[in-house]
Design a protein around this ligand. Structure first.
Ligand code: HPA
Length: 300
């Protein structure tokens, strides 16, 4: 099969990577905010900053290092995106998903997406890890809008099973093995960058959402378009707006009574990163075991 895309930007970037890396990946991993520590588990052969890749979008968010790592987890060739680009940074959806497409073009048939997310599912708490069973991407532009590139995939790709049932089972098994509790639910992608209002969160709960964030679903769509097998894990770094314990306790503030500290931000990016790092070890253990299971069970 011809493995050079027709699109000049993807052809140039994939040509550059083929020349500059020493292995072709089977499994691709995207590390979300504060979850970059997993990279320590990879026997890294090549680190490629996004800024070296021709035409590649650069992440501008603090805590997103912005590079591809090519290497091995045990004997599985992997590519890890340490940092991603987001729609709210001003890139088009097409640019946002191009790093995912590149990993697919290089040969990664399986993709593990991770993110930091606000929790809104029943029984969810800060620090939970959630297996993404499905997503709602209706609030962001579709990354496939524009002329369809037949090299990548077909015009109207099926989204009945974005998150691959076999890969979901792999992650469930891995969670049992490493003794990590795994919630399951529906991820909702919004554009950000402002966080949600409590009323918006109540709406998203009614729609069936369990976690909310600003990434992932668009990447999953682009990956499915190419026929990659996808799974995803959210790290619940905070309860979503209106659902924090302090707020629920503090109903006086809703009535307009002065409450000490009322003016301070309730949700901050720093707190999100801290919570993600606190979950880092469990998260890394789950991810490593999942990759091991993928290779042992030869999910292909
Ligand atoms: N909302 C949106 N995105 C997020 C959140 C949140 O509460 N936490 C981490 N990413």
């Amino acid at each position: 099969m011809n493995n050079t895309p027709e699109r000049a930007d993807l052809a140039a970037a994939s040509g550059f990577l083929r020349k500059n890396v020493s292995l072709l990946p089977e499994v691709a991993v995207v590390l979300g905010s504060g979850l970059g520590g997993f990279a320590d588990k990879v026997d890294v052969k090549d680190a490629v900053p996004y800024s070296d890749i021709p035409g590649f979008p650069r992440s501008t968010v603090e805590g997103h290092a912005g590079r591809y790592l090519f290497g091995y987890m045990e004997d599985v060739p992997v590519v890890v995106m340490q940092g991603r680009v987001h729609y709210y940074e001003g890139y088009s959806m097409d640019q946002v998903v191009s790093p995912i497409r590149l990993m697919g073009i290089l040969g990664a048939g399986k993709l593990i997406l991770t993110n930091a997310a606000g929790g809104m599912g029943e029984g969810f708490d800060v620090g939970d890890l959630m297996l993404i069973k499905d997503h709602i991407a209706l609030f962001v532009p579709n990354p496939l809008i524009g002329p369809n590139d037949e090299f990548l995939g077909k015009r109207f790709p099926d989204m009945s099973r974005v998150y691959d049932p076999a890969l979901l089972d792999v992650v469930r098994r891995a969670a049992e093995k490493v003794n990590v509790e795994l919630k399951e639910g529906v991820y909702v992608q919004l554009t950000g960058p402002s966080l949600e209002t409590p009323a918006e969160i109540r709406l998203l709960q009614k729609l069936g959402g369990s976690a909310v964030g600003m990434s992932t679903a668009c990447e999953a769509i682009a990956a499915r378009h190419m026929g990659m097998r996808v799974c995803g894990i959210s790290c619940i770094t905070n309860m979503a707006a209106g659902l924090q314990k302090e707020e629920r306790r503090d109903s006086d503030s809703a009535r307009g009574t002065y409450v000490e500290g009322e003016d301070e931000d309730i949700l901050t990016h720093e707190a999100v990163q801290e919570a993600a790092m606190a979950a880092g070890e469990r998260f890394s253990a789950l991810l490593s075991e999942s990759i091991r299971e993928i290779s042992v069970f030869r999910v292909s």
